[in-house]
Design a protein around this ligand. Structure first.
Ligand code: ATP
Length: 459
């Protein structure tokens, strides 16, 4: 059976991935977890998200697939844990879980494939999720309204799927989407090794501040990059910043991302830290750019979606108060799009500030508040730049001087005169190629350039 779940966490603590790690260990009492638990990132521009818009899934092979009591026990166990751990007092926390049984896999696979893709790139209404699921349940399967009383008592009655929701149940969208990812492999995969703090140390339970030795993370990075990435951000002016260590209340102590389970486990082996409660290696879609839609024209662009789009720089970067840089591009049809490199992107803004009108670029990022928030940029071609200089004396070859206001230029020695300044080519330091924001401001789904294949680099 497949178990999908989402939206149990709040900014004050918890995280659905912790619940999945816990359940992946506990559900071994009922069967075998196939492969790795899934940590799937969905549309990063969704306003409902707490942090990184993650949905979690487990592919569980029961000890006896035909034993309906075993199914009931699993449903009961999972829904019980959700009720115990979900931070439901937070407005934004609306838990959802789904249980899909083997007999439904063939039929539900295709609709869930499009649902998964849509959840990563687009916006889904909760009604759409319920409509999809309802087609696979029977009238006597439990519904969101009676979820509490029937949780765990429903498995034998349904036609292949049960769901469980709390409050408005929005988490059901993510729960279904992750099952779509499990049933439709073939997408680009990466891994994350997540180490969890002992519950008594959690920030929201008054625990001590976390201890992870930064030097050991640097060593982990040195030994395993580029097979692992975004462990440390070396672009900071002051000192290396441990990107893989989250903030105060998160149960995660650190999370190491990489191309293979072997790489992330090897990296974790170098880390010196406080004692952990447990760890889990997740299979993920992080670092794959799967949220980006290739757009042909700026006219296609809609809020809350993420794009790759090409054009020519229309207006150069203007640095606003706060250090944010805004410039615009124009596509072949004359549509203009505003793009932003925000202050936390640090030195990335130095690249943006060198753009001049006419430079051909491809921009990557999410469209929010009428602006594309840059994750990456490709400089396809730079145009020639010119600077105005005093004219050169045709007799002696030296630069002329100003002859006074509105009186042109003259060479004192040769008495030669000229009317206006001349335009000469100015050197350009900006080289064609890809540039990206630093690891500490990278979106979970953004593909780091270190992961680009030779073929991708040429695109
Ligand atoms: P964390 O990273 O700490 O796990 P989160 O950032 O994943 O938290 P959630 O609390 O899970 O955030 O909130 C995201 C909510 O948005 C969930 O209810 C999820 O079902 C919903 N959601 C995810 N993707 C979409 C989408 N494409 N359209 C509509 N709703 C979505």
């Amino acid at each position: 059976m497949l178990i999908g779940m989402d939206d149990t966490d709040s900014n004050e603590g918890m995280c659905t991935a912790y619940l999945a790690a816990l359940l992946a260990d506990e559900l071994k009492a009922y069967g075998t977890v196939t492969g790795f638990p899934y940590l799937i990132r969905l549309n990063p521009a969704i306003p409902y998200k707490t942090r990184g818009n993650a949905a979690l899934g487990i592919d569980l092979r029961l000890f006896d697939e035909s034993d309906l009591t075993l199914r009931e026990q699993v449903v009961s166990h999972v829904t019980g844990r959700i009720q115990e751990y979900a931070e439901t007092e937070c407005d934004k926390t609306n838990p959802g879980a789904v249980f899909i049984y083997e007999e439904a896999y063939d039929k539900i696979k295709e609709p869930l494939c499009s649902f998964f893709k849509k959840a990563v790139t687009d916006v889904i209404e909760i009604e759409e999720a319920f409509a999809l699921a309802d087609a696979f349940t029977t009238a006597d399967a439990f519904t969101p309204a009676d979820a509490f009383k029937s949780a765990g008592k429903c498995a034998g009655k349904c036609a292949g799927l049960n769901y469980f929701t709390m409050k408005n149940g929005r988490g059901f969208i993510g729960a279904l989407a992750v099952c779509g990812a499990i049933l439709n492999p073939g997408w680009e995969t990466t891994y994350e090794y997540a180490a969890y703090r002992r519950p008594e140390n959690w920030g929201n339970r008054g625990g001590p501040s976390r201890f992870v030795d930064t030097e050991s993370l640097i060593e982990a990075d040195r030994q395993t990059a580029p097979e692992t990435w975004d462990t440390i951000d070396f672009s900071k002016k002051t000192k290396p910043f441990p990107v893989c260590v989250p903030g105060a209340n998160d149960p995660v102590l650190y999370g190491i991302r990489g191309n293979s389970p072997k790489a992330v486990k090897e990296a974790a082996g170098f880390v010196i830290s406080e004692e952990i409660e447990r760890f889990c290696v997740f299979l993920t879609n992080q670092g794959t750019d799967s949220h980006l839609i290739l757009a042909k024209s700026c006219a296609e662009i809609k809020p809350l979606h993420s794009y790759i789009i090409s054009g020519a720089v229309f207006s150069p970067a203007e640095t606003l108060g706060g250090g944010h840089d805004i410039f615009s591009i124009k596509d072949a049809g004359g549509n203009v799009l505003e793009c932003a490199a925000y202050e936390p992107t640090g030195r990335f803004r130095h690249i943006i500030r060198q753009l001049i009108p006419g430079d051909s670029v491809t921009v990557f990022g999410s469209f929010k508040n009428q602006t594309l928030n840059l994750e990456k940029i490709k400089i396809n071609e730079t145009v020639k730049a010119f600077q105005s200089e005093n004219p050169v004396c045709p007799a002696c070859g030296k630069r002329m001087e100003s002859a006074g206001q509105n009186q042109g230029f003259r060479c004192k020695k040769c008495k030669e005169k000229a009317g206006e300044k001349i335009q000469t080519p100015a050197p350009r330091r900006l080289k064609p190629g890809y540039y990206e924001v630093p690891p500490s401001t990278r979106r979970h789904l953004s593909k780091p350039l270190i992961r680009y294949t030779e073929e991708e680099k040429k695109r």
